[in-house]
Design a protein around this ligand. Structure first.
Ligand SMILES: [Zn+2]
Length: 435
């Protein structure tokens, strides 16, 4: 959901160079690495993921110095609460790609105009953001204000309720970004805090917090992961089977998409070519599961394919159980054989894995995707598209996978269109609105 043009980072705080009065305390942002060096690992995680998770802590990316904040407020008229909430979002995003099926959440504790504690939820099964922030603040949390991007939970899950932690810490006020769409939590956390005599303010930087959690919210409300469609176009509007020159590099929009999404759906034909396999180049990424589509009906993909770089997170969906299952089992790769490879089975599988988001990456054999794209529109599964327009005039068009869509009767609108110019391409993204 965040290409370089659209990332939440564009909305949050400036870099420290704009905050000249940073103090040592302002640079001490998060205690996780020091206090919790042995995070448990989810089955299937690599040790690389875990180490990199630890690395993200105490990065001096922002000054929590009250001096600097007040200076900033007086200069551009922003409220303190907005700034602290944006910091919460920034903290939450440190765990991008790690938290599903839980939400990314950040928390800041402020007392007498000073940031005295910060925290974020690092991954499912670990304590929530409020707990880390309260630990960071220690006794200073008493009579302080807690800013948290999502309503504190009020139920016993894998961890105790955060409402009780806030009450025990004797915070005076809690500022909440958005209500939790989880019906187990929704507004009950706020009510619990108010019943305990704590002042609660709702909806600060609400749109930013909602955008941060758009995939979590979609999963919670619909029972299906958020689904995005990515493809490349020539300037004359035809499909291309390539990415822009720097798209897959660290910092490139494609690399960041893979960091953000829990799973990426790919054509098996990509694996027949000597192309680098899709993986995010962002430091410390928890790589998405690669869901590889092999359809028997796709005449061009009858040949077995080989995955040279097995990540432990590859799954093949095929309607050709006899060949694919055998071939892949020999490589130790999970194969899901179904009568028909469609979005229903893929999304249900991903939901079962606890995923909040899935990216359908249209490269390789377009014939693998034609039915999926049609289904995604007809069943209103697509939430978003990310389109890269490359500086290519494509004169030899073989097949246009979206052509069948022009005959669909269903109306599709696009909203919240945004664009970003890159070195040699333009990325456009928007949201589908079905009629
Ligand atoms: Zn909680």
């Amino acid at each position: 959901m965040h290409t370089p043009g659209l990332t939440l980072q564009d909305f949050i705080l400036p870099s420290p160079k704009f905050l000249p009065n940073a103090t040592p305390q302002s640079l001490a942002s998060f205690p996780l690495a020091q206090k919790h060096p042995k995070l448990g690992m989810r089955p299937g995680w690599t040790s690389r993921s875990n180490k990199s998770l630890l690395r993200v802590n105490r990065k001096p990316v922002w000054s929590g110095c009250s001096h600097s904040i007040r200076m900033q407020c007086s200069h551009n008229g922003q409220k303190d609460g907005d700034i602290y909430m944006r910091r919460c979002v920034e903290l939450a995003r440190k765990a991008i790609g790690f938290t599903s099926p839980n939400p990314m959440v950040g928390c800041v504790i402020v007392k007498d105009g000073e940031v005295v504690g910060e925290g974020f939820h690092p991954k499912a099964g670990q304590p929530h953001a409020e707990v880390f922030a309260l630990r960071d603040a220690g006794d200073l949390a008493e009579n302080a204000t807690a800013y948290v991007s999502l309503e504190p939970c009020n139920h016993f899950g894998r961890t105790p309720p955060c409402t009780e932690a806030l009450i025990r810490a004797k915070v005076k006020k809690v500022v909440v970004g958005m209500v939790d769409p989880n019906t187990i939590v929704a507004s009950k956390g706020v009510q619990r805090l108010r019943d305990a005599g704590i002042e609660v303010v709702m909806g600060v930087e609400e749109e930013l917090c909602k955008k941060l959690l758009e995939t979590y919210t979609h999963r919670m409300l619909t029972g299906k992961p958020f689904l995005a469609l990515r493809y490349s176009l020539s300037v004359n509007g035809h499909f291309l089977d390539v990415l822009g020159a720097t798209a897959a590099d660290c910092g490139g929009y494609y690399s960041r998409l893979l960091q953000e999404y829990d799973a990426v759906v790919l054509s098996c034909s990509l694996f027949n070519e000597s192309l680098p396999l899709p993986s995010s180049k962002e430091p410390g990424t928890n790589q998405p599961m690669r869901i590889i589509i092999q359809k028997n009906s796709s005449s061009s993909n009858q040949a077995p394919f080989v995955i040279n770089e097995v990540t432990g997170k590859d799954v093949i969906f095929t309607d050709n159980s006899t060949t694919a299952a055998t071939e892949m089992a020999q490589q130790g790769i999970e194969t899901v054989a179904v009568d028909q490879v469609n979005l229903d089975v893929i999304l249900d599988y991903c939901y079962g894995q606890g995923f909040c988001s899935v990216l359908l990456d249209m490269r390789g054999s377009f014939s693998e995707f034609e039915g999926l794209v049609k289904e995604g529109i007809q069943k209103k599964y697509f939430n978003k598209f990310v389109t890269e327009i490359l500086p290519i005039w494509n004169g030899s068009v073989k097949m246009d996978p979206l052509k069948p869509l022009t005959s669909l009767e269903q109306g599709v609108k696009v909203i919240n269109l945004q664009s970003k110019s890159l070195d040699q391409s333009v990325v456009i993204e928007g949201y589908f609105k079905f009629e």
